[in-house]
Design a binder for this molecule. Structure first.
Ligand code: ATP
Length: 218
């Protein structure tokens, strides 16, 4: 079998606050690289989230922790573009920039969790996301997709049958991927740290060392 042309080897971008990054994010990212045959998955920390309170920790620290977490894993990278933009970090703006950098024909996938899908109708220009990329949704146990309304219709209308379709065109489809469930959240890690308990083994040691060195989340 001939290898897929580079332009159709999909690149992924996984947005989140990563406050801090943990093994739930990292294991999901690596499984997506393997399941989807991604050339690379970029974890993109949101500088100023539009839909939630400001993160506990400054964007520069969150990006630095991500850099430490993906060091040595060439299929994962930290994409800090939202830290370089002024104002609220809208995902659509990042997709437009990525599309410009990759070129029109390159397959691009935006990764989001079910929680993001639940809130999607509140996202800035959410109906335009598929004009710039595919969307890959991580299915997590206990989460349900909207059953009625515009997001439910959107999921139904653009749903792809399998991952091979991500390579056939650069954007426009929705794929739902079931990954290994890991019940880890940044909220829980922040709570453990605030209570003076250890979050060890829920996140990379290098990230925990960084948290301790900078006295974060206490
Ligand atoms: P918080 O607890 O602060 O809300 P979080 O752990 O959910 O944080 P985020 O940075 O908000 O982490 O998540 C970024 C993305 O990663 C979201 O789309 C979320 O659904 C997904 N995600 C978070 N935790 C996991 C996990 N354990 N497994 C798979 N996906 C996850």
């Amino acid at each position: 079998m001939n290898p897929a042309p580079a332009a159709l080897t999909p690149v992924g971008v996984f947005g989140g606050t990563f406050d801090p990054v943990h093994y739930g994010h990292l294991r999901s990212a690596l499984e997506l690289v393997e399941h989807l045959g991604l050339q690379q998955l970029r974890l993109m920390p949101c500088a100023v989230p539009p839909h939630r309170e400001l993160p506990a920790c400054a964007a520069a620290h969150r990006a630095a922790m991500l850099e430490l977490a993906v060091a040595g894993e060439p299929s994962l990278a930290c994409d800090s573009r939202e830290l370089r933009r002024e104002g609220v970090s809208y995902t659509i703006d990042s997709l437009v920039e990525l599309r410009e950098e990759l070129g029109e024909g390159h397959s691009l996938s935006l990764v989001m969790g079910c929680d993001a899908v639940q809130a999607l109708a509140t996202w800035h220009r959410w109906q335009e996301l598929l004009d710039w990329s595919h969307v890959v949704v991580i299915a997590r146990p206990g989460w349900q997709f909207p059953l009625t309304g515009p997001v439910a219709d959107w999921l139904h209308r653009y749903r792809l049958a399998d991952a091979s379709e991500l390579r056939r065109r650069p954007n426009g489809g929705i794929l739902v991927e079931e990954l290994r469930p890991l019940a880890i959240s940044s909220t829980e890690i922040r709570r453990l740290l605030a209570e003076g308990r250890s979050p060890r083994y829920l996140l990379p040691q290098a990230v925990l060392d960084y948290i301790e060195a900078h006295n974060l989340y206490h």
